[in-house]
Design a protein around this ligand. Structure first.
Ligand SMILES: C=CC1=C(C)c2cc3[nH]c(cc4nc(cc5[nH]c(cc1n2)c(C)c5CCC(=O)O)C(CCC(=O)O)=C4C)c(C)c3C=C
Ligand SMILES: [Fe+2]
Ligand SMILES: [Fe+2]
Length: 342
């Protein structure tokens, strides 16, 4: 029997300020960091940390960094996500699918993205958080927000959440293609896979039966650590490195963007850079596979700030593999994820 109604697809990325004005950056940081899944400490302590320390002091600095990144089309994170949505719309049959996109923080909101779908009277919604590796701070937060909104509806259609997609062959293939292209530039001494960091306690909280110990437990990916963000990052590296035929001893997995004084997952990217430089590395190629679109974390942090650190410590060439953005193989991956959850 043919099913009535279309399927709605909601693509969700992290979020970005509305402009590079300090006030807009502060507003974005406040919304983002007041999320209890991002800074997972009691509400009062979080409120004081965010509103009295992080937002006031970090906003002017972050605004400057956003100015380096901003383009005529605005924030790359936003326009790459719009391009991805537009290409996905071209791939899917409009008689069967409606596609919308949203940002977890700021605009366009998840409320507006879901409204586009419910206005089209969809029979089912597929939510794809655009974070390849599951973390409570990202995918978990998107799922939480969608459920918070959906629970106010009279009619709640079937909803499917895609938890992670690190094992999708087209996700790995897209990185392989981008890596191959970048590797034409030089014969690199090391290949660095730098992922967004997380406080260590968030890894421990997600651990099943105390399995994750933040060390050798991530050398294999299996049912015991299937939701461990760190294990998923190492697993992503292993798959991409194997496709590119990179020798194990030349590949480094590490974690960037630490915020505050608590321990975050290690090794830290900065320490790995210094270690490689100390071993005499001159040319390094960096991948950022925790992000599917270029943003502050890739272009500025990895592409500029870490490059500076490497050059200061004796390195000569530091190149960054561009993100998936709206790469055709990546669009095929999203198309397949949607169709296989339909
Ligand atoms: C406690 C703080 C943070 C956690 C935990 C965290 C997890 C996390 N974030 C991303 C992806 C992105 N983060 C981005 C920016 C960003 N992240 C934090 C803090 C935490 N992130 C801050 C304060 C900022 C703002 C930038 C700054 O002021 O330095 C971005 C880029 C957004 C953009 O507009 O370009 C992304 C993307 C992941 C994947 C993740 C956990 C796995
Ligand atoms: Fe972040
Ligand atoms: Fe682990």
């Amino acid at each position: 029997m043919a099913k009535t109604g279309k399927i709605g697809v909601l693509l969700v990325n992290l979020g970005t300020p509305d402009s590079t004005e300090t006030g807009d950056v502060r507003k974005y940081l406040r919304e983002f960091l007041m999320d209890g899944r991002v800074i997972d400490i009691p509400f009062i302590s979080r409120w004081m940390l965010v509103n009295l320390i992080i937002a006031p002091f970090r906003a002017p600095k972050s605004a400057n960094e956003y100015r380096k990144l901003w383009t005529d089309r605005g924030s790359p994170l936003l326009f790459h996500t719009e391009d991805l949505r537009d290409k996905l719309v071209e791939r899917l049959d409009s008689n069967e699918y409606v596609v919308s996109m949203a940002m977890r923080y700021q605009s366009p909101s998840i409320e507006s993205g879901l409204k586009e779908l419910t206005d089209a009277n969809v029979r089912k919604i597929i939510v794809l958080p655009l974070f390849p590796q599951y973390a409570s701070a990202t995918n978990g937060s998107v799922i939480d927000k969608v459920m918070e909104i959906a629970r106010t509806w009279q009619v709640i259609p079937e909803i499917s959440f895609i938890s992670n997609f690190i094992e999708h062959p087209l996700f790995i293939q897209a990185w392989e293609e981008l890596g191959k292209e970048a590797m034409k530039k030089a014969d690199y001494d090391y290949y660095v896979f730098s992922y967004h960091g997380l406080p260590e306690r968030q890894i421990i909280k997600a651990s099943v039966d105390g399995y994750c110990q933040l060390s050798g437990c991530c050398n294999k990916y299996h049912s015991k650590n299937q939701f461990c963000y760190r294990a998923q990052c190492f697993h992503t590296t292993r798959q991409v490195a194997a496709k590119l035929g990179l020798p194990e001893e030349k590949v480094k997995t590490c974690f960037q963007s630490r915020l505050g004084n608590d321990p975050w997952v290690r090794p830290y990217t900065e320490d790995v850079i210094k270690e490689m430089a100390g071993l005499g590395a001159k040319k390094v190629l960096a991948f950022s596979p925790a992000f599917v679109a270029d943003c502050l974390e890739t272009t500025v942090e990895v592409g500029e700030e870490y490059k500076e650190v490497f050059l200061e410590h004796g390195g000569e060439q530091w190149d960054l593999v561009p993100s998936l953005n709206s790469n055709d193989t990546w669009v095929s991956c999203v198309e397949d994820l949607v169709k296989s959850h339909s």
